[in-house]
Design a protein. Structure first.
Ligand SMILES: [Zn+2]
Length: 140
């Protein structure tokens, strides 16, 4: 019989496509990609060391989340450039107005997207290194 404090054991599909879809849908909601539990951030920018539901250790090595910065900057800066180009084509805003909007987007989007980028990095890790099967990815 299980108790509420007992950690959940995450069960993810072995099939890569299903595992990717499930973990991706959890990540964009800022939930644990392993078990789907919420509340994995102690503040907007701070990920808890372990999932409060399944107790999975998130950063199992130093520098683990460096890839999330690449995802964050890559996605958000491409979006910012795309929005500014769309505004150039679709509106009659002045160059100064476009520059102001571009700077606001270039600074604001990475801040807004940061927690999702952290979760997406864990998803990418799960797709490449599925838990179990000798992946070398420790849970504890
Ligand atoms: Zn979890």
């Amino acid at each position: 019989m299980s108790t509420l404090s007992e950690p959940l054991v995450p069960v993810l599909p072995a099939e890569t496509g299903k595992r990717t879809w499930i973990t991706f849908s959890r990540a964009i909601r800022r939930h644990c990609p392993y078990c789907g539990g919420g509340g994995i951030f102690s503040s907007y920018f701070t990920l808890k060391e372990r999932c409060p539901h399944c107790h999975t250790l998130f950063a199992y090595e130093d520098g683990y989340f460096l890839g999330s910065y690449v995802i964050n900057i890559g996605v958000t800066e491409l979006a910012a450039v795309g929005i500014v180009i769309w505004l150039m084509i679709a509106t009659s805003l002045s160059v100064l107005q476009l520059q102001i909007i571009g700077v606001i987007l270039a600074v604001g989007l990475p801040i807004a997207f940061y927690p999702v980028a952290v979760c997406l990095w864990m998803v990418l890790d799960l797709v490449v290194h599925p838990p179990g099967r000798g992946s070398g990815r420790p849970r504890q």
